[in-house]
Design a protein. Structure first.
Length: 299
């Protein structure tokens, strides 16, 4: 069983979108995934997203996805929410992944907006509804038009929020005005999906984060959200400002690349990347070290 949750915080407040560790030959490293999951939960994560973009889901097979969910649930499922990414641009495939994730023990589903084929809003509504209907698991939508090409409008979000299992949204739209309206009108639990906007989104009603920088600064993210929730906005702002170099450094290039590099610097499981992603150059690695050090991360 996953830790207890509330309608306001269905997956907790601090979740890291976990990388997928690979071995030196590029195969799935399940032992490394379990060790990394345990480390991240020990650091203060309420939950982990597996098989998301940061987990290199475009390059892992369906069988690997199922193995990874099962391994992470085995490692931390009794003390953290394990949320499986099941989004694709093929509704039938997403339903298959959702059912496989439920069978593997996942506690929830992350469903990204279908990408590349640019469906209209009615198509989005029917897609997300079909996925939510396919299992008994709670669903977090993932709105990231910079990758998908199509935003989920506030009107569509409101329609989707009427579904009993669509309970949350991961917001990577980068539009605080639209977020404000959507939070006010949908009632969905709102999670920041853009680390630089973690604090601003809290200020308009978000309840937590789905983070990439959580690979290296989970305790600080926990302190930030706890300070804001308790009303100490000055402390939350101080933490946010202290983390600015980390937010900047971890997104100078693709976040999977920097996350795996940062984990390797700290001796934690990560492994190589699968093409088309490639590792940092020597100069980029040194820049990342400087960025992390400037944000107080011990390497």
């Amino acid at each position: 069983m996953a830790p207890t949750s509330t309608p306001q915080t269905p997956f907790g407040r601090v979740l890291t979108a976990m990388v997928t560790p690979f071995t030196a030959d590029g195969s799935l490293d399940l032992d490394g995934a379990q060790r990394l999951a345990a480390h991240l939960v020990d650091a203060g994560n309420d939950g982990l997203i597996v098989n998301g973009t940061t987990g290199e889901s475009p390059t892992t097979s369906d069988a690997e996805k199922t193995q990874l969910v099962r391994a992470v649930v085995e490692a931390v499922g009794d003390r953290a929410h394990v949320v499986a990414g099941v989004g694709t641009n093929d509704t039938r495939h997403s339903i298959e992944l959702a059912r496989a994730a439920q069978a593997a023990g996942a506690h929830g589903l992350l469903t990204v907006t279908p990408y590349y084929n640019k469906p209209p809003q009615e198509g989005l509504y029917q897609h997300f509804t079909a996925v939510a209907d396919a299992t008994e698991l709670p669903v977090m939508l993932y709105d990231i038009p910079g990758r998908s090409g199509v935003p989920i409008t506030t009107e569509t979000m409101t329609r989707l929020a009427a579904h009993p299992r669509i309970v949350a949204n991961k917001d990577a739209k980068g539009d605080l005005g639209r977020a404000s309206w959507a939070i006010a009108t949908t009632g969905l639990a709102w999670y920041s999906g853009d680390d630089m906007l973690n604090l601003p989104l809290l200020s308009v009603g978000a309840i937590g984060f789905v983070s990439v920088v959580g690979h290296v600064v989970t305790p600080e993210l926990r302190a930030l959200v706890d300070a804001h929730t308790s009303g100490d906005v000055a402390k939350a702002t101080e933490i946010h400002q202290r983390l600015l170099p980390v937010f900047t450094g971890m997104f100078r290039t693709q976040g999977v690349i920097t996350s795996k590099a940062a984990l390797a610097m700290r001796g934690l499981p990560s492994g190589p990347l699968r093409l088309p992603l490639v590792g940092l150059t020597e100069a980029e690695t040194e820049q990342l070290r400087r960025d992390l050090a400037a944000g107080g991360v011990q390497i």
